[in-house]
Design a protein around this ligand. Sequence first.
Ligand code: PLP
Length: 383
Amino acid sequence: MRDIELKYKSKLSEYLHASSDDVFLYWKGRVALYAILRAMGVGEGDEVIVPAFTCVVVPNAIKYLKAKPVYVDIDPKTYNVAVSQIESKISDKTKVLICQNTFGLSSNIEQLLEIAQRHHLYTIEDCTHGFGGTYHGKPNGSYCDAAFYSTQWNKPFSTGLGGFALVANRDLHKKIEQVNVSLEKTTLKDSISLSLLYFVREKILTDRRYWRMVKMYRWLSKYKFVQGSSSGVEIESTEMPSHYFKALSQTQMKKGLSNVEKIDTLLDLRKRNARIYNEYLESKGKTIVSPELFADHSFLKYPLLVRNREDVLRMAEENCVPLGEWFCSPIHPVMEHWDLWDFNGEDYPQAVKYAALLVNLPTDVAQTDSVLRFLDKILDWVE
Ligand SMILES: *Cc1c(COP(=O)(O)O)cnc(C)c1O
């Protein structure tokens, strides 16, 4: 193994209070999930329980293995699964329970683990929003059999695109190593487009240019000039895209090594800003994140509920506020043909309701003044 790979794995495992042999690196977070599912032996006819508030690449990884995603509605207090509804979804085909730390909030993990144990299910934590955060003092991702993380550019820390798995259940190590034998290597073209992505992200992307850049990035990735985070086929079908099962490149490892150092400062900043938003919204009688959740919430994004979302987004653009749109759909960002992913909106009323109302305030800004001024302007639309 190369020096840089060893260093990166050891750095990540330090944060996760794990051993560096438990860490496996991939081109994206979704690829890490796919590898974990394969290592768990998930295949045709198996069922995997997932929150009805996720990114479409999660059910995709399940569908690529001819297994079936079975969704559980969310508890709007935490945007994570409603624990009381899990057991009614378990059948004799269920093999895995996936939980998530939505927006950085981990919740109810002990209860989830207890249910999984009782039904002999594997557990996977989707920590794509939660790296660096903790649940009851233990790092996110260290409770379950395995966890996967994303280092895509707007996740907790960035390698442009990227991801990794933490496999705490050592019985799975041999299997995941066998699965990883078929990983494709990254190409020169991948490295060039990653470097372009870093350049744009670090040198050109400011709050002022945010919306223009988002539009340009979407356009460029649509026409394949840059590496988009999801290719068209991933949001239009359940076919596995070509060159999906790919390794992490050394360019990404280097980037990761330097960026992961900043995570503690970032976590403090995100929490500080979230408290400012909470105070402001509470003073206006609007919905806030329950203060008792703060200890286990790392606030990758701050959830804001609004009516007239399109108007709010337009106003954000006019006011140069980098507002996010996670999760604008229960299987983000897919807005139609949910049946392709075995999702029937009527069965998940909370997820559908909140997906229609959510936008996210940025938590990594140095100053919140301009965000608060923006909130003043849209206050009538805030729930
Ligand atoms: C971003 C995200 C993923 C996938 O991560 P990638 O690195 O982009 O593959 C999975 N689940 C959720 C909830 C996400 O937000």
